[in-house]
Design a protein around this ligand. Sequence first.
Ligand SMILES: [Zn+2]
Length: 72
Amino acid sequence: MTKFIFKCREIGFECDYETSGRYVDEIVPKIIEHLRVAHNIEKLDDDMKDRISKSVDKEHINLKIPVRKKSV
Ligand SMILES: [Zn+2]
């Protein structure tokens, strides 16, 4: 059974936060929320998304992180 684990430390923060879930969709919102609350990151840039993807989804590297787009 696939289990996804995210460790904040793995993307470069000195932070002990980690979360895990059976599905990517389950933990991505938690990661985004954590980054927003704990690290003041409102918007994930491509580099950050890439690091999260590699950290969480080492085999698939296919993490779909929703991007909050403002008015286009
Ligand atoms: Zn953190």
